[in-house]
Design a protein around this ligand. Structure first.
Ligand SMILES: Cc1cc2nc3c(=O)[nH]c(=O)nc-3n(C[C@H](O)[C@H](O)[C@H](O)COP(=O)(O)OP(=O)(O)OC[C@H]3O[C@@H](n4cnc5c(N)ncnc54)[C@H](O)[C@@H]3O)c2cc1C
Length: 403
């Protein structure tokens, strides 16, 4: 009898979680993972790479830093799984195949988890004159650019972070501590967050916003609220309110989009650049196609879309895997219910704010919880030896940097 063919497109949090579970719970499966790079990226620590002050021009050290967030897929899936490094160009749900680098991959079941891209809201100049933070390469590029400015500019250096969400806040904390280490007495460096709403981390609890805002102020980060960027020029942002803020470096962290999704999957299946799914995470028209992570439009109990987070993607991947097994066995699928994760917001040396349920801890305890969450994740995807190796190296590098 022919094995069931399952293809997982994208090896991020959703894809790795789905593929790991599929290989554990479906014994006779022909599993293929297609990803554009041969590693899985641990996004929650990307901000750390930006702020590492030692080994700036050392290429060898840069690859050590990349190894802290970029986990080789062959270490996660040492056997039984076909790993294909290729860019997915088309998903043909009618004919049940994926086109990647000119080759067709047929499937019986498909898990789509290609993530998202940085969203520039169509703001003129935003993409052209800013740097994003989505990969370890982006992180090291930001670090290099700050270093270049420190080396070459002989007057004030102005850095703006567009967006005071999680990425913006984490990045600000990291850059602030980098500056603290690199700053020579004669230099003036200013770092500001420009945010459209009236606080950082819009949508989170009051005590979280206040705790992080206080920490940012302690670190000397300027906060510009109620300011929507209307256009970006080579050396300044102009807000809708008419404010002009000059910069030497602009980092763009405001939101994510799935414009690529439309191109790959087609207009029909795409809604607001995401793919709408049923409560069992299968697509509306194709029960053998499951969508997880940032690509999926999943509503929670009150009808609002679930925020795009790694922890949501992991949970969704597991449910998609379970439902593929159930489909094969002719059983009823289970429905996805998001659970409350521990959420941790790091901001500056040895500081993070961690919230679980109604508990909130901050400072070094939050920092320790952040490292604990990383260990838990590495442990879940790697062998114990590999997990401990990558975690200890990361712990050492980040600890020494924060001292
Ligand atoms: C800087 C940063 C920090 C973050 N911090 C946190 C955090 O602390 N906690 C948290 O919960 N969430 C965090 N997130 C959000 C979280 O990373 C995402 O929500 C999560 O990665 C979504 O998982 P995914 O599987 O949908 O996509 P991803 O993890 O992005 O995976 C998508 C995969 O598909 C691959 N891919 C994309 N296009 C193609 C293509 N055409 N062909 C082949 N392969 C392709 C990509 O290379 C990638 O491997 C952070 C995100 C960023 C950018």
């Amino acid at each position: 009898m022919e094995k069931t063919k399952v293809v997982v497109a994208g090896a991020g949090f959703g894809g790795v979680s789905a593929a790991s579970k599929i290989s554990q719970i479906i014994p006779d499966v022909d599993l293929t993972i297609i990803n554009n790079v041969d590693f899985h990226e641990y996004h929650p620590d990307l901000y750390e790479l930006v702020g590492i002050s030692r080994g700036i021009d050392d290429i060898k050290f840069s690859s050590v830093l990349k190894s802290l967030t970029d986990i080789p897929l062959k270490k996660i899936f040492p056997q039984k799984v076909s790993l294909i490094k290729a860019i997915v160009r088309e998903v043909n749900m009618e004919k049940k195949f994926i086109l990647a680098e000119g080759r067709e991959y047929k499937y019986d079941f498909l898990v789509l988890s290609l993530g998202s891209e940085t969203f520039y809201y169509g703001i003129p100049g935003a993409k052209e004159f800013s740097l994003p933070l989505k990969t370890s390469t982006d992180a090291l590029k930001i670090r290099d650019e700050i270093t270049r400015l420190i080396k070459t500019k002989d007057n004030d250096i102005k850095i703006i972070i567009a967006g005071g969400g999680f990425t913006g806040v984490e990045l600000a904390g990291s850059i602030a501590s980098f500056i603290r280490k690199k700053k020579r007495k004669s230099y003036k460096i200013s770092l500001s967050i420009v945010e459209g709403s009236n606080n950082v981390l819009p949508g989170t609890a009051e005590q979280v916003r206040q705790g992080i805002q206080k920490q940012l102020q302690n670190l000397g980060v300027g906060l510009v609220f109620n300011s929507f960027i209307a256009r970006v020029e080579k050396d300044k942002v102009v807000t809708q309110e008419g404010l002009e803020i000059p910069f030497d470096l602009l980092i763009w962290t405001t939101g994510i989009e799935g414009e690529g999704v439309k191109k790959i999957v087609g207009e029909k299946e795409t809604k607001k650049q995401k793919i709408e799914v049923n409560p069992d995470l299968s697509t509306i028209d194709f029960p053998e196609v499951f969508v997880v992570g940032d690509m999926a439009d999943i509503k929670n109990g009150d009808g609002r879309s679930i925020p795009a987070t790694a922890w949501a993607a992991i949970g969704e991947g597991e449910i998609a895997a379970e439902n593929i097994k159930r489909r094969i066995e002719g059983k009823k699928p289970i429905l996805y219910h998001p659970n409350e994760p521990i959420f941790v917001v790091p901001c500056g040396p040895f500081f993070a704010l961690a919230i679980f349920g109604s508990f909130l801890v901050s400072g070094i305890l939050g920092w320790i919880i952040k490292r604990g969450v990383a260990l838990k994740y590495f442990w879940s995807v790697l062998s114990p030896t590999e997990a401990i190796k990558v975690w200890i190296l990361g712990f050492w590098v980040y600890f020494m940097n924060d001292l």
